[in-house]
Design a protein around this ligand. Structure first.
Ligand code: M6R
Length: 364
């Protein structure tokens, strides 16, 4: 049932090209450059968006915030569901509440959805599990179609959620006139390439390289993850994955925030994984890397293919397929998953059944 893989997690990591194909299929129309999501929602009928989720789904929501604000220019806030439901949120008929969940059963998210509905918000779900509790209470659901996910650590659901947000942002941007047909077509093309890029991210040479680096640092006590812009959530997700399955303490920051405190942690024993792929903020990220190295931190640098110029800034360099910045969180997440996976297996951990965790959290 694990299809020849040692673990469900690894199987699900390798299923991502197919999962992404299923997320995108039938929804992107090259001829018109439009996205068809088949959702009953008037894209002009709300003034703000609240994204609500837990854990990995919350990080997908943070990427969603970035994409929607960039492409559709609608104010977005993202909340952890357990906070949202108790914080007396400002929500009205002008709000679109988007809940994000793999299982559709997470109680905190379900209760937060009920809270939003109480105040008349329109509701949309970005959900994997068909017919799950949330889907029965939502106005509409954008299914991600990633297929069943069994590993406790979420992998393919994350990349499919992020891809769903990309389509949503594109759709909203086109419908609300903030995105030109040309920009729309360019992003649509980038989205369409995702399954192929992720396939490439999983090529044997790349996987072997990540395994090698993971094993080199598997004895570390702590880890730091840094990223910027649309890839700051990629860093958060990388740290969560590592904590969950390897039990190594990990923190993640938007790289520019490091000098406001976390830089005090850096010494020669601390591996710092930095997402420094092609981006308009790349130069800034590299200067953050220099700050880490000046304090003897060990930099694991994730660079886009062909970026030999910046390689000298890393103690260890991992190349990832070059992708359009707006879709890069999907491609880069795969490298984060593999780093966590091979760290955990090097330490002999049971990645499919991490201690203290359940696949779906149906208690508060
Ligand atoms: O089923 P959901 O997407 O609502 O689950 C939310 C979180 O519990 C979940 O993403 C959790 O953080 C994962 N174990 C992360 O790998």
């Amino acid at each position: 049932e694990k299809g020849g893989y040692d673990t469900y997690m690894l199987k699900e990591i390798y299923e991502q090209p197919q999962a992404l194909t299923n997320t995108l299929i039938g929804r992107l129309h090259d001829e018109t450059g439009e996205v068809n999501l088949d959702i009953n929602l008037d894209p002009g009928s709300f003034k703000r968006i609240s994204i609500i989720a837990c854990g990995t789904a919350y990080y997908a929501g943070l990427v969603g915030e970035y994409l929607i604000e960039q492409l559709a220019r609608i104010p977005v806030e993202v909340d952890v569901a357990s906070e949202y439901r108790y914080r007396d949120p400002l929500v009205s008929e002008n709000t679109l509440a988007i809940v994000v969940s793999q299982s559709g059963e997470t109680i905190d998210t379900l209760e937060a959805l009920r809270e939003a509905k109480k105040f008349g918000a329109k509701t949309l779900g970005v959900i994997n599990a068909k017919g799950s509790s949330m889907t029965r209470e939502l106005d509409d659901t954008l299914y991600i179609h990633a297929g069943p996910e069994i590993g406790v650590a979420s992998t393919k659901a994350y990349t499919s959620m992020v891809s769903a947000f990309l389509m949503l942002a594109l759709w909203l941007g086109r419908a609300r006139g903030t995105l030109s047909a040309e920009q729309g077509a360019e992003l649509l093309k980038a989205a369409r390439e995702l399954p192929r890029l992720v396939e490439d991210a999983l090529s044997p040479e790349r996987v072997a390289r990540i395994k090698e680096v993971a094993e080199k640092y598997a004895m570390a006590r702590d880890y730091l993850f840094l990223g910027r812009g649309v890839n700051s959530p990629t860093a958060y997700e990388g740290a969560l994955k590592l904590k969950e399955i390897s039990y190594i303490h990990a923190e993640a920051y938007a790289a520019g925030e490091m000098k406001h405190g976390p830089i005090a942690l850096i010494d020669e024993k601390l591996p710092v994984a930095v997402i420094a792929t092609e981006s308009r903020l790349l130069e800034k990220t590299i200067s953050n890397v220099q700050e880490v190295r000046a304090r003897a931190g060990k930099v694991i640098l994730f660079l886009s293919d062909g970026d030999t110029e910046n390689a000298r800034h890393g103690d260890d360099v991992i190349y990832v397929p070059r992708a359009h910045e707006m879709v890069s969180p999907v491609v880069n997440a795969v490298a984060m998953q593999l780093l966590a996976y091979f760290t955990a297996t090097a330490l002999g951990k049971d990645v499919d059944k991490p201690r203290n965790l359940a696949k779906s959290v149906t208690v508060e």
